[in-house]
Write a protein that binds this ligand. Structure first.
Ligand code: SF4
Length: 697
């Protein structure tokens, strides 16, 4: 039976796989020991590709919703009907919107088509998972280094101390950090004498193998980070070294930071002052150290401020662009070098006046753009590879808004909590009929690499790849409006051109089916900076204003009483889209709420009890696990559940309740427009009156 080398497309880790097939059937999937990056690692999700490929709920033709029923259409009819309806909406003055889900970042060919679709839809700002996830990284990098795609990557192979804030790579397999086989790499670091410190409101799986774990109050990361900087300063340990000549506004940044007192900051984040001095002394000891913050830091009310501070800490300790610190990659395709640097505030959203950030509007503002009457009201929406009802805060409000659209088109293989509201669903073919190249993920990898995985087979008759669906949809929408679009980009040709620009070629990469190791990161500053004078802009005006205004006001109110909610991820899930894989759905219930024993006792809640959780957005009920792995004052409910809504056709997925039926549209990081999922105020109590499913208030 043939064995195909392949890269797993599911998460950012990009593990090498060996896929044994018989005809079009997947017989076995194992990790590829010859992949130079993943070294044979595979997680349960990689095996579940077999389930995705054979999912009986997968749609095989375009579907049209007629009342509560679905009718299968051929592609020409579906695209013609969509084009005609869209043209009529536009002619009547209705506006359109585009929401792009996270899997788009894992499909290089699909990503190449979204520009044409934007043009056909006549949209300027798009909505995407980036503003419920990672925009604070990008905005901080845009301010500091002059390009939003210049991600500093922890050099785990050479560091002596890895500090992770609000990240759990043992469950996520790395996020905004392509790091396959992360657990073994951490233990290898520890065997070399290195140390892992995890700072998280939950003693996560990663914290379980850490040398040190500290709780922190959700959303208070800037308080800790400023306190660490001030403690470094007090101890005379600020030593940017060779970075010093590149630092613009360094003194201004310090002047702003010195307005705060360590004692106040410590109280806000729930740390002892001596513990802050102790960690600062470690960070400033001159050893190669990498400080990395992820989802818990990004999806908080001060996400951009926190990422600016993480970068300042890496600079202040001399660990930016240093072997063993955080480094910039040299990918085979230089995505940063071949795209615009980014932007903020070139234009604004209609209803609330949110500035665009990197060409995007906050995903939390999509519901109001649909629901608010007036000129420019969104009447037609295309969703690509997304399930925003479960992914965006206040899913109930978005659900109601989507239901009021005149045209909703979902490019989705399944009938989900979001696509069930579509007028048309355009389903792409299963994953193994598609090429794979980690165009957007190689640049955030712990080591430089390139690997191209050709499709195992052609799509079946009547099936199309995602990029073909989107390209043909764009052409149909344009044609119906009398707009001429150039023919779609052929992804392999475009990729080859991009590789050649970087001195490689597709043929060269394909000659290494297990992957091409392009070596560890090397120091790249100042040449890699995109700022006009090749400087690091340490005191961006907008960030300093946020620090001295909004953050200072918040700090004065701390500590605030009450219980707050955080999310979490399980190794067997990936956002909202893998729940229907039998290999992942099996096992004990994962949609449970973690409650600290003190909070449980205060509310009369016992282990296993059904708990009612309420916020200003809604109420859900979930079973409790009473555990001291979560800090007092905080509860945790995983995200990606909520498949029990009427009309969803996922026969395997366990329904659970949606975390985002509790999160609030009004809580955002104002600078980046990113949803503050972390720290939603909630109340809990025994669930006597609600079923174990979401109800929206
Ligand atoms: S860690 Fe990510 S890339 Fe690797 S097998 Fe699992 S899902 Fe796939």
């Amino acid at each position: 039976m043939p064995v195909h080398t392949r890269t797993c497309h599911i998460c950012e880790a990009n593990c090498g796989l060996l896929i044994e097939t018989e005809g079009r059937r997947v017989v076995r999937i194992t990790g590829d020991a010859d992949d130079p990056i993943s070294r044979g690692h595979i997680c349960p999700k990689g095996n579940a590709i077999a389930d995705l490929e054979a999912d009986p709920d997968r749609l095989t033709s375009p579907m049209k919703r007629v009342g509560n029923d679905w009718v299968a259409l051929d592609w020409d009819t579906a695209l013609a009907e969509i084009g005609a309806k869209f043209a009529a909406i536009r002619a009547a003055g209705g506006a359109a919107a585009l929401y792009v889900g996270n899997p788009t970042a894992h499909d290089f060919a699909l990503g190449m088509q979204t520009g044409a679709l934007k043009k056909a839809l006549g949209v300027r700002g798009v909505y995407s998972a980036s503003t419920v996830d990672q925009m604070p990284h990008q905005l901080a990098q845009y301010y500091l280094y002059g390009h939003n795609a210049l991600f500093p990557i922890p050099d785990i192979e050479r560091t002596r101390h890895l500090v992770i804030l609000g990240g759990n790579p043992l469950a996520s397999n790395g996020s905004v950090w392509t790091i396959p086989d992360v657990k073994r790499r951490i233990t290898e670091m520890q065997a070399r004498g290195g140390k892992l410190t995890v700072i998280d409101p939950r003693r996560s799986e990663t914290a379980g193998i850490a040398d040190a774990h500290h709780f922190i109050r959700p959303g208070s990361d800037p308080a800790l980070l400023i306190a660490l900087l001030l403690a470094l300063d007090e101890a005379g340990l600020v030593q940017p070294g060779r970075l010093a000549p590149m630092l613009e506004g360094w003194d201004d940044a310090w002047a702003a930071l010195r307005q705060f007192r360590i004692a106040d900051l410590a109280r806000a984040c729930g740390w002892d002052v001596p513990a802050i001095h102790a960690l600062a002394a470690e960070l400033g000891n001159g050893q190669p150290t990498a400080i990395y913050g992820r989802i818990g830091v990004s999806t908080a009310p001060f996400g951009t401020l926190a990422h600016w501070l993480i970068n300042l800490l890496n600079i202040a300790t001399g660990n930016l662009d240093r072997e063993g610190g955080v480094m910039f990659s040299s990918p085979a395709v230089d995505v940063a070098g071949s795209s615009g640097p980014g932007s903020r505030g070139r234009f604004f959203s209609r209803v609330s006046g949110h500035p665009e950030v990197m060409g995007e509007f906050p995903a939390v503002s999509l519901a109001e753009e649909i629901a608010t009457p007036g000129e420019g009201q969104v009447k037609a929406l295309v969703v690509i590879a997304g399930n925003p009802v479960l992914s965006v805060p206040d899913g109930g409000a978005l659900e109601a808004a989507l239901d009021g659209l005149e045209l909703l088109v979902s490019v989705d293989p399944m009938i989900t909590a979001s696509s069930r509201l579509a007028h048309y669903i355009l389903p792409p073919c299963p994953p193994l009929a598609k090429d794979h190249y980690p165009l957007l993920l190689a640049p955030i990898a712990f080591r430089n690499f390139a690997k191209f995985s050709p499709a195992l087979w052609e799509p079946l008759d009547g099936q199309k790849r995602d990029w073909e669906v989107v390209a043909e949809l764009a052409q149909a929408l344009a044609a119906a409006q009398g707009i001429n679009l150039p023919p779609p980009v052929q992804p392999r040709e475009q990729l080859d051109r991009m590789l050649q620009k970087g001195g490689h070629s597709l043929a060269e990469v394909m000659a290494h089916p297990n992957g091409l190791d392009l070596g560890p990161h090397v120091p790249r500053l100042p040449d890699r900076l995109f700022t006009p004078g090749k400087t690091i802009r340490c005191a961006p005006e907008a960030v300093i204003a946020d620090l001295t205004g909004r953050f200072a006001d918040w700090l004065a109110r701390q500590p605030e009483p009450g219980l707050v909610l955080i999310g979490r991820r399980h190794i067997r899930s990936n956002n909202s889209w893998l729940g229907n894989a039998p290999r992942l759905a099996k096992g004990p219930d994962k949609c449970i709420v973690l409650i600290n024993p003190a909070d449980a006792a205060a509310q009369g809640i016992g282990d296993g009890d059904l708990v009612q959780i309420s916020s200003a957005a809604g109420t859900v009920a979930a079973p409790a696990r009473v555990t001291d792995e979560i800090m007092a004052g905080v509860i945790s409910l995983p995200h990606g559940f909520g498949h029990g809504r009427p009309g969803v056709r996922l026969s395997v997925a366990k329904p659970g309740v949606s975390h985002n039926d509790l999160t609030l549209r009004t809580r955002i990081d104002v600078l980046s427009g990113t949803a503050a999922l972390v720290g939603t105020p909630v109340t809990i109590g025994p669930a006597f009156a609600v079923a174990a499913s979401g109800t929206n208030g």
